[in-house]
Design a protein around this ligand. Sequence first.
Ligand code: ZN
Length: 361
Amino acid sequence: MVSKPGSRNNSAPDLVDFGMFQLSALAISDQLRQELKQIVSSKPYPLLIIGNEGSGKHTIAKCLAASYLCDSVKSDGSACGTCPSCRMILSSGSHLDLVILDPGPSGKSKVEEVRTEVAGRIFEAPRISHNKVFIISAEKADTLSETCQNALLKPLEEHPAFVRFIIFCEDSDRLLTTIRSRVQMLRLGQRSDEEIRQILNEAGIEDPAAKSFALDCSDGRPGLALTLAQDEKYRQIYNESLKLFKAFPRENRTAFLIGGLEFFKANKENTDMIIRLLQSFLRELSLALLADKRDRVQTVSQVFSDKELADWAKLKIDYEALLKLLSESRRALSSNTNYDHTISRLLLQMRAKITAAPPGS
Ligand SMILES: [Zn+2]
């Protein structure tokens, strides 16, 4: 049997899979744009990009790599798009002078890979570009083990001037202090609604419901917003969550509890999203009912029909208690409480806080 030569891990994730690799094309704040420009033009220092899942770490790492590899970087720090390096990225989605060590969010890098792919290659002269770029994922807690991090220390400290390191992670506290002391940190915060809208527009997403769903649930994280707006699975969760919300005052207690718990359990990995959706429906409802009281002329909600609003208006709803209850449940679930128990309690308490008829009706 012929064995494959070195199962290398640098089958680079497609650099152009986002349809862009230029910093100038990113929908980001002016402040972040300035920071990135400075990183490209400043002294080479290993960079650590820190941000939540979907915050744009991969995209920014790829754009920065393209800039580092580009022969004639633009004044804003963007790759030019026409030099041999840029053309190689555009045509093949990868680059000979780019090494990517990224086993994916659920994978783990092996220490031998750090030794052969990083430590073993940093002294190889670049082949096309004037720089050689290493993108290394330390995304989740065990993506880059302590042993791997230790193997990375020396390369981070001693490498030729043409080497650029871009490491990314969700939580820098999980990394060794010795790694943190050797890198320059770039924290990706939340993007504004306006920036997220722009990103969704650029991705060609037109459905207003998809847009508002993505805005509601993405927490200012562009990658997550795109996934939410484009993935049919999430649209379904949205629709079913809305159905569940609308069933609160209608269904009887037992049917509601059983159906609700079943839905939550079937979508357990998206529980946090479902609770956030319930929160957003609740806010929408309170705004719509408030507006409805003041001006009954026009429909005020895209989520609730006039008829539904009229029905809801007959109920007494303690919004503040409900929002608090939802937040508490999100917290409780993140600390490993009994899932079924917490969800059942949430469903029953929510229902109790919604169904009571208003006094004097
Ligand atoms: Zn270029």
